[in-house]
Write a protein that binds this ligand. Structure first.
Ligand code: GLC
Ligand code: GLC
Length: 650
């Protein structure tokens, strides 16, 4: 939109830029700055307009964008232009992601390059490397307590290694996803160190208070994120004699985005990694960016404004780069991270589908799809040019973040049901083979979340110990069923590194004093390459999981109906053990795929009479995409085997 005041300001700013910027030929930069400036200016003004240094801060922001544009290499600029033309590129079904720890999957970044054939064998072409930036060795929160945002940790290699990896990935047509931890720094970060030394400029980068008065006000409404290991949201710093806001661990200092300098630094960091060749940046803990007394300090409107600003700025300098929102929040809040009241995504193009993840786990425990159906029905509408990251497991715990009214509509009492799920996944519920571990237990509220590897949570560990073949088969089928769902739901499936070979919990973390109290490390073990070798040996558990997943991934990529263009229709089915939806090819609406998941341990019937009106079952059978075999209608129904995911087409 053209707006006089903002255009006049832009002209003024352009004359004030450092001379070296003025001399450069920056055609695309200026076009994009012109196109985005109204939005950038309005948002920046909403957040910081009352400051006397507002204009100076605006100049500094524009300079940051210009310098990072000047630095952006020709091949990345070319990719920006290509992606601007083909702007829906990431909605294609051809993308399949995996998240892994560089040092746990390979030794370091160089080693990781030699391990790429494993990912390609499986069909993975989007690689999320868990955080690799410089962190203190002891207090690192798995890489999320960053000491230097611009430097790779020496344990993993160098910045050059990242660039080399990015270029190898590009040749292999794979995408690189890196983290930017936008919400906090390590207490050893230079900004924190200077703040501690009394530097007022850097004290203003954080939230700090001389006494308990303000912290106590905040605490009235702020929940605790790590209540077991790091209770409360503030930490006393002896050196400064101040309370510092530390929402996560006591060594992770929350950044103060009321200070525009912090936002500009962070945009600079985002663009720095965009320039190192990242295709997608995962913005960590975005729900927490804005703190306000009297609120939970999550999902605040200003947090959304900050993300819009980050996006608009990235659009100017590195428009080909996408953002993933890591906001593991209530179902009604998550979709807002695509941008509210927008047609196209204007914050993050991709968001973790934590709702689907938690609902799938509910179906695993209850062995029915009641809550799953209910929750998906209420999954917020997604705007255009936005997509989900669908996952079963990740490096974090599983939170039971369902909507209470959905839980009630599914016929459960919320508190009791959550208690049941905790008992089930920690193996206390009679008959449960799950080997999960509690995480983040809050003795005050009774809340807890669940850690554990996929295989251990679905009972594979217990089944292997007892040698019960039927139980082993059921666990493997559950793993495949869950992946069948995330591969077909619509969005980018994100696998977790040990899951394709059925890696179990590993309790070595108990011997590490830095990890001992954090059960998430049970599912962050070293990738077992000798176990991975068994994926080629027929009959092994590894073979049974890996080869099936590999096939499903290949078939997903060949099935245009699995691209994500608002082309999923949930079906109301009578049988509550089943989840059924139709995916329609966005290019050709006659091509449909019926996806049916049976979460029960018994075979189930799906009545098909009502499905004919959707253009399904025009003949008396449909083809199972995964096996090629027909699935035949008998007495107006088909039989879906226990713990099975069908992808059916005409
Ligand atoms: C994110 C990360 C999690 C980390 C937290 C604090 O939620 O996924 O692992 O502990 O942020 O940085
Ligand atoms: C290779 C293979 C893997 C093997 C490993 C040995 O990357 O993919 O199967 O176990 O190297 O170090």
């Amino acid at each position: 939109m053209y707006e006089q005041a903002s255009h006049a300001l832009l002209n003024e700013i352009l004359t004030e830029l450092k001379p070296e910027i003025g001399k450069m030929r920056l055609r695309h930069f200026y076009t994009r700055l012109g196109a985005n400036f109204y939005a950038i200016h309005s948002l920046f003004h909403l957040l910081y307009g009352n400051r006397p240094d507002f204009k100076a801060q605006m100049v500094s922001l524009v300079e940051t964008l210009a310098f990072r544009y000047i630095e952006r290499l020709p091949h990345l600029r070319r990719s920006d232009l290509e992606r601007e033309i083909n702007y829906n590129w990431f909605l294609s079904q051809k993308w399949v992601g995996m998240a892994l720890y560089c040092d746990r999957f390979a030794a370091d970044l160089k080693g990781l390059r030699t391990r790429l054939p494993y990912l390609q064998e499986l069909g993975v072409n989007m690689l999320h490397i868990m955080p690799i930036l410089d962190c203190p060795a002891d207090n690192s929160d798995g890489g999320y307590a960053v000491r230097d945002f611009l430097k790779v940790d020496a344990r993993f290699g160098t910045n050059e290694d990242v660039e080399a990896l990015a270029s190898t990935l590009k040749k292999r047509e794979m995408l690189l996803v890196l983290d930017v931890v936008v919400n906090h720094t390590s207490n050893e970060h230079e900004w924190a160190v200077k703040a501690r030394q009394g530097d007022k400029k850097y004290q203003d980068y954080f939230h700090m208070f001389d006494d308990r008065e303000t912290p106590d006000l905040y605490e009235e409404t702020m929940p605790e994120i790590f209540p077991a290991t790091s209770p409360g949201n503030f930490t006393w710093d002896e050196a400064m004699g101040k309370w510092v806001m530390t929402v996560f661990n006591s060594y992770q200092w929350d950044l103060n985005y009321r200070n525009p300098a912090v936002l500009i630094e962070m945009i600079d960091i985002i663009l720095f990694w965009a320039n190192k060749g990242a295709d997608i940046l995962r913005l960590d803990a975005v729900a927490f960016l804005w703190k306000k007394i009297g609120s939970t300090c999550q999902n605040e409107r200003e947090a959304h404004l900050l993300l819009q600003l980050m996006k608009d700025c990235c659009q100017v300098t590195a428009p080909g780069v996408l953002f993933i929102a890591e906001a593991i929040v209530a179902p009604s809040e998550i979709a807002k991270y695509f941008g509210e009241d927008a047609i196209n995504a204007k914050e993050c193009e991709i968001a973790y589908n934590a709702t689907l993840m938690a609902l799938l786990w509910d179906a695993v425990a209850t062995k029915n799809a009641r809550l799953l159906n209910q929750g998906i029905k209420n999954l917020p509408e997604k705007i255009e040019r936005a997509t989900w990251l669908n996952y079963v497991r990740c490096h974090d715990d599983i939170g039971l973040g369902f909507d209470d009214s959905d839980v009630q509509r599914a016929g459960y009492e919320p508190a009791k049901h959550r208690h049941f799920l905790l008992e089930y996944f920690t193996g206390k519920f009679p008959g449960s083979l799950a080997r999960g571990l509690p995480f983040g237990e809050n003795t005050r509220t009774g809340d807890a979340r669940i850690s554990g590897s996929l295989a251990s949570l679905v009972g594979l560990e217990a089944a292997l110990e007892s040698g019960d073949e039927a139980a082993i088969g059921a666990a493997i089928n559950t793993i495949l069923l869950l992946h069948g769902m995330i591969l077909s739901f619509g969005g980018i499936p994100l696998l977790y590194y040990g899951d394709a070979i059925g890696m179990l919990n590993n309790l070595e973390y108990l011997a590490d004093p830095n990890h001992r109290l954090d059960t998430r490390w049970a599912h962050r073990s070293r990738f077992d390459w000798s176990k991975a070798d068994k994926r080629h040996k027929k009959g092994t558990v590894e073979f049974r999981i890996f080869s099936e997943l590999k096939k499903m991934i290949a078939l997903r990529k060949e099935t245009p109906a699995f691209a994500d263009f608002d082309n999923r229709q949930l079906l109301a089915v009578e049988n509550q053990n089943l989840l059924a939806f139709i995916r329609t090819d966005p290019q050709n609406s006659r091509n449909k795929v019926l996806v049916v998941g049976n979460f029960s341990v018994e075979a189930q019937m799906l009545q098909i009479s009502s499905l004919r009106s959707f253009g399904l079952f025009q003949q008396d059978s449909m083809r199972n995409i995964c096996t090629g075999a027909p699935v035949t209608v008998e007495k107006d129904a088909i039989i879906v085997p226990a713990l099975c995911c069908y992808w059916l087409t005409d």
